[in-house]
Each structure stands twice: as C-alpha cells, then as structure tokens.
Design a protein around this ligand. Sequence first.
Ligand code: HEM
Length: 145
Amino acid sequence: MAWLEIFNFLHFLGLSFGLGGATIAAILSSKAAKDVDVKKAMGKIMAPVVKLIWVGLVLLIISGIVITPLITWPLNKQMLIIKHVLVAWIVIIGVFLGTRMGKMKRLSGEKDSQKKIVAIEKQVRLLSKINLFLWYLVTLLSAFV
Ligand code: HEM
C-alpha cells in the first residue's frame, strides 16, 4: 500500500481545511465588525467553520506524525522542530479561543455584561489574527522542510 502518498494527501487535505477555514473565519470576522446583520449571524455561521479548522488541524497532526518516519528523502529536521513548536501554539491559542467564545456566549444571556463582552471580543480578535498569522507561517516554513 502507498501509505506515504495516502497520508501525504491527508496532510494536504488537512491544510486545505485548516488554512482555508482560518482564512474564511478572518474574512467573516472583519465583515462582522462592519455589518451588524453579519455580526448577529456570527454565532451560527462560525460554528461549522471552527469545526472545519479543528478537523484540518487533527488531520495535519495525525498525517504529519505518520509521514515523518515514512519519508525516504532528506528532511530539514530543525525546520520541522520549529514547525512543531508553532503548531503547538496554534493548538494552545485555538483551545483558549474556544473557552473565550464559550464565556462570551454565557455572558450574552446576563445583564450588565456588555463591557465584559467587548473586552473578550477584543481579545478574540487579536488572538484570531495571531493564529491566522501562525497558520500562514507554518505553511511557509513547510515549503522548506
Ligand atoms: C498547522 C499544521 C501544519 C501545516 C499547515 C502543515 C503544512 C505542510 C505543507 C504545506 C507541507 C508540504 C510541503 C511540500 O510538499 O513542499 C508539509 C509537509 C510536511 N509536514 Fe506538515 N503541516 C502541519 C503540521 C505538521 C505536523 C504536526 C507534522 C509532524 C508531526 C508535519 C510533518 C510534515 C512533514 C514531515 C512534511 C514533509 C513532507 C514531504 O516532504 O513531502 N506537519 N506540511
């Protein structure tokens, strides 16, 4: 069986889901900042996009772990380690973003929570931008692995 080709394909599929999802999420967020109707619908629209990003990330990590020992050509090990560190940060920031969004949802049902929601929104926007940057950086670095 051509395991290397299969898992390489899954690596690219994960890349499409993850990088594509993160890019769509950023476009939608910037739209929501300017358009109240989009902002109101964000809760519903973002849920499947966030799922797509997580599916992509899980695919990338599993396929990445499988292809590493199967590869027969020389790999830039240092670049691969830097890449692993950046991927770990994408996961950590992603989990934190999830908890912040959950908190925002809970607060939206409470009275006098507007200030807190605005503060969390600011955090979420900054962290999402950092994560989007990391996604592109990891993709760029991967071209040199
Ligand atoms: C956000 C996560 C990740 C992204 C965006 C990503 C992206 C990519 C891309 C675009 C390539 C293709 C480079 C090329 O063919 O020139 C690649 C290759 C590779 N990735 Fe990842 N990757 C991710 C996570 C991982 C992880 C977690 C591992 C290992 C545990 C890994 C291991 C590898 C290896 C070994 C290659 C080289 C494959 C080859 O030379 O054909 N990747 N990655």
